[in-house]
Design a protein around this ligand. Structure first.
Ligand SMILES: [Zn+2]
Length: 322
């Protein structure tokens, strides 16, 4: 048979045959009867009694999707060449099962903000950064052609958020647009802390000499009394992200900084003040022509987002999470 063929016919009937606005009682009965016939035929699909479906005209019906739990029938007279599908069609009509990240909270921090450059007083004011004071925020970098890092970061963050939400995660962004100012670095950390995030990531791109290329992950250095509790977990997250980036992003581990795509820093308020596992990602060097070519390509940014999301998913679903 072809429970599948039947299902396809039914779908097409739903799409292609509008129910007449005015119908006679007999036509209603006919339609209802046809629907009933289809439903019965569908019910018999798995037990080899579905041949009547092939001779039933496709009316405008809203018969329930066939409750097919197996697809073993091969007695069809009309669709012997149709391949069998073992997935019941009704799956399309029920809520998708919760994704692997159900119950997980992820904070995504797109670095900088599009309005920072126009608000020097606001972003230059000093804020606590983990035992010292530091500027609230910075403007970030840009490609030689003028593609701004803040815009890049925000674009990638939205793509990552969409993927993780589809997987069931609760995602919090540290900013909701690219035309504002800040938030300050201490507030970016606080957002992750208040959310009790299972993982947090700051998304950036670097502005280094043009001869250097590649990505690097920044893990928190121990700043005693501040981030003691997140060092081990952040290192694990950073290692997973580095591995995923090295194999999936098309960027090489940084040729100019860190070691094998990992850098460890104690001067970043966003890491020093985090109470949840957190890393920064520098997604290539915007001053390098190769990296900039990727960063300005929306298709590559989507690829990057999938790599980041995959790393977070591996971290959040993997063993020995601390
Ligand atoms: Zn940055």
């Amino acid at each position: 048979m072809a429970c599948d063929l039947f299902a396809l016919q039914n779908i097409e009937a739903d799409k292609g045959f509008a129910i007449p606005r005015r119908r006679t009682a007999s036509s209603r009965r006919l339609t209802l009867g046809a629907a009933l016939g289809l439903a019965l035929a569908a019910g018999g699909c798995g037990s080899g009694h579905a041949s009547s479906a092939s001779s039933t005209p496709a009316p405008a019906v809203s018969a329930p999707a066939p409750a097919v739990t197996t697809a073993t029938s091969t007695t069809t007279t009309t669709a012997t060449t149709t391949s069998h599908r073992t997935v019941p069609r009704r799956i399309a009509h029920v809520a998708r099962p919760a994704g692997p990240l159900r119950g997980k909270v992820v904070v995504i921090d797109p670095g900088h903000n599009g309005g920072n450059a126009a608000a020097p007083d606001a972003i230059n004011r000093l804020v606590p950064a983990g035992g010292f004071m530091k500027a609230c925020d910075t403007t970030g970098t840009a490609t030689d052609a003028g593609y701004n890092e803040a815009e890049f970061n925000f674009d990638v963050a939205l793509r990552v958020a969409a993927i993780l939400r589809r997987e069931g995660a609760h995602v919090v962004l540290t900013r909701s647009s690219n035309d504002g100012v800040g938030p300050c670095v201490n507030e970016r950390a606080a957002i992750g802390n208040r959310a009790h995030a299972d993982a947090a990531i700051s998304i950036h791109a670097d502005g280094a000499p043009a001869s250097g290329q590649g990505f690097h992950v920044i893990e928190p250095a121990l700043v005693a009394g501040y981030n003691d509790a997140i060092i081990a977990a952040s290192a694990r997250l950073g290692g997973i992200l580095r591995d995923e980036m090295a194999t999936g992003s098309g960027l090489v581990p940084s040729t100019y900084l860190g070691h094998d795509g990992i850098d460890v820093r104690g001067d970043l308020g966003g890491l020093n003040l985090s109470a949840v596992p957190k890393v920064f990602l520098e997604s290539g060097n915007m001053r390098n022509p190769h990296d900039a070519g990727l960063q300005t390509d929306p298709a590559w940014r989507d690829r990057l987002a999938h790599v980041i999301a995959a790393a977070l998913t591996l971290y959040l679903t993997g063993p020995a999470r601390s």
